[in-house]
Design a protein around this ligand. Structure first.
Ligand code: G4P
Length: 565
């Protein structure tokens, strides 16, 4: 396996700032950069376990020529399922890393598929990955419709106004009425839908889809598993259709389409890109039906890498200066070397191997000597990367989640917010003589973003409260404290499932007086956080205090040092 290193070199940010080049719109480099950006599409799939994400990913990769044979990704999926043995964490992380980003070329485009891990390893990383995505594909099982994890991930997409494409999967099996599924998305998520194709029948009587724009029927032929289905197309009034599709099924699909067209909405790309209108596709990933039309339409409609907001305004991806931010850290990918990899989403400019860049938070200058690209288990050194791409950098403890790297004029991207944790536990250190190591470990792991740390208001209770969105995070923290810092710890679960930050901070809380059925704690930025046993307790407090404003995602704090343990 290739090892990577970044070589910190002398800090000299001023010199580099002054060396910033002025944009020259017509320079060949910028033209090449603009072309690379125009070709790029980046997305993450959001779904509930078992909706078919692994299967869909595999089919997409087959079309992209990135894998030769069906089953390559599936094998990983299965491996992931059987390695939920937490004691085997190295292996576990080895597996989740394999699919951090999958890049493939298709029809002249470079597609980056960012992985959001399945439920066994659901953690804040899953949310953070969406911070690096330009588009999301919401995958639903046609029989189940919206499911809990999809809803959670959708909320994060909404926060960032990411365009959402919906793929309704498993049409070859009996499912819910298509109109019903669309209605659920529109009503429950408040997301308008624009079906790009419409199914003819379902389950045993699934016959294909009608392409809404061309009005062609794409016939479903059960392809051998893993094969690309032929996807024969016929005009919806072609006479042969009568022998291929039951007339009543076709009539019903056409009638429903008419109903949709009658509603009058257009496929407005601006609304799609604002995350307000979702193009919807029906298909069956397992039988490979509808994946090809989906991929083609997705590439046509998806958002390219766009400008991102930073402390110095919006940053255009097509500019002379490289910039990017860290959205995920992965430790111990190779246990023999105790390496840590920081995943950087390239936001602007061209990234080149051996580039010397600025680290915005520390002001240091660093040389990125062996950046890597990951595909599956393989790592290769990247020579260059463009906006929308993800690179992996060796991280000797220098990078934290949300850090910006840049070249030229200073930019600092908005950090990544703290997402509402759902699992809470006291972290006990049974050995007081190991307190120094315990403190070091807790502080470093918090800084890395492995877990959120909350503190009791009672100063005498010095132990931190770990707060996470997934159980895996707690397991990882305990494991790493023991193996990297030499401190075995004990977890004492707390009976809370909901956390809310108080808008208006401590003064807002003081005006309420005594509050019931919740516990007030402080976060690492000394902000009040209320912990509730359940949603019902939360609603009760809100009903009792109508002026109290709470939020589920903590606003990003910049320029203030967090409280250390
Ligand atoms: P996930 O990554 O979202 O968790 O889902 P995954 O792709 O592993 O799919 C979950 C199950 O659903 C798999 O069945 C898979 O074959 C099946 N599946 C996925 N897409 C479709 C589809 O379009 N139609 C039908 N009928 N099934 C689909 P499994 O029994 O868990 O595994 P396997 O026996 O197929 O390997």
């Amino acid at each position: 396996m290739t090892s990577v290193s970044i070589d910190p070199v002398a800090s000299d940010s001023a010199a580099s700032d002054s060396a910033a080049t002025k944009p020259e719109p017509a320079s060949p480099e910028l033209v090449a950069l603009a072309e690379a950006v125009a070709r790029r599409r980046n997305f993450a799939i959001i779904s509930h376990p078992d909706a078919g994400k692994t299967t869909l990913t595999e089919k997409l990769l087959l079309y992209g020529g990135a894998i030769q044979q069906a089953g390559a990704v599936k094998a990983k999926g299965e491996q992931r399922k059987v390695t939920s043995d937490w004691m085997d964490l190295e292996k576990q992380r080895g597996i989740s890393i394999t699919s951090t980003v999958l890049q493939f070329d298709y029809a002249g485009n470079t597609v980056n598929l960012l992985d959001t891990p399945g439920h066994q390893d659901f953690s804040e990383d899953t949310y953070r990955t969406l911070a690096a995505a330009d588009n999301a594909v919401m995958l639903e099982d046609a029989a189940k419709g919206l499911e809990p994890q999809t809803r959670k991930l959708f909320e994060v997409c909404r926060l960032r106004r990411i365009p959402i494409f919906t793929f309704i999967n498993k049409m070859d099996r009996p499912g819910r009425e298509p109109l019903d599924l669309i209605d659920e998305i529109e009503k429950e998520l408040g997301l308008a839908c624009w079906p790009v194709n419409w199914p003819i029948g379902s389950g045993d009587r699934f016959r294909g889809v009608i392409d809404r724009r061309s009005k062609e029927v794409i016939l479903f032929e059960r392809a051998e598993r893993g094969r690309q289905s032929a996807e024969r197309r016929l005009a919806s009034d072609a006479p042969e259709l009568a022998t291929l599709v039951e007339p009543e099924l076709l009539a019903q699909a056409l009638e429903e389409l008419e109903l949709l067209d009658g509603a009058g909405a257009d496929l407005d790309l601006e609304l799609v890109h604002a995350g307000e209108l979702s193009p919807v596709f029906f298909g069956s990933a397992m039988t490979n039906f509808g994946v090809h039309p989906f991929l083609d339409a997705f590439l046509e409609l998806a958002q390219r890498p766009t400008a991102r907001s930073s402390s110095s305004g919006s940053v255009d991806p097509i500019g002379p200066g490289f910039s990017g931010f860290v959205f995920k850290l992965q430790a111990n990918m190779d246990p023999r070397h105790r390496d840590r990899v920081a995943f950087v989403r390239v936001c602007s400019g061209k990234f080149e191997k051996d580039m010397t860049v600025q680290h915005a938070r520390s002001g240091r200058t660093i040389r990125l000597s062996r950046p890597q690209k990951l595909f599956g288990q393989d790592r290769e050194v990247v020579e260059d990367a463009y906006p929308g791409d993800v690179i992996g950098l060796n991280n000797p403890g220098m990078f934290a989640i949300g850090d910006t790297l840049y070249l030229g004029a200073k930019v600092e991207y908005e950090g990544i917010p703290c997402f509402s944790p759902e699992i809470f536990a006291w972290l006990r250190n049974p050995n007081p003589s190991a307190f120094k190591s315990f403190r070091k470990g807790v502080n470093e792991l918090r800084e890395e973003g492995a877990v959120q740390i909350l503190y009791d208001l009672d100063q005498s209770k010095r132990d931190p409260i770990l707060a996470a969105v997934g159980q895996l995070q707690l397991e990882v923290v305990q494991y790493r404290l023991e193996h990297e810092y030499g401190v075995p710890t004990r977890l004492e679960p707390l009976d809370f499932t909901v956390a809310r930050w108080v808008i208006g901070g401590w003064p807002a809380l003081e005006t309420l007086g005594r509050i019931f059925n919740c516990k007030t704690v402080r976060d690492a930025w000394d902000r009040p956080v209320l912990l509730f046993r359940n949603d019902w307790n939360l609603r009760q407090l809100q009903e009792d205090h109508l002026d109290l404003e709470l939020c589920a995602v903590a606003p990003v704090v910049s320029g203030v040092e967090p409280i250390a343990l």
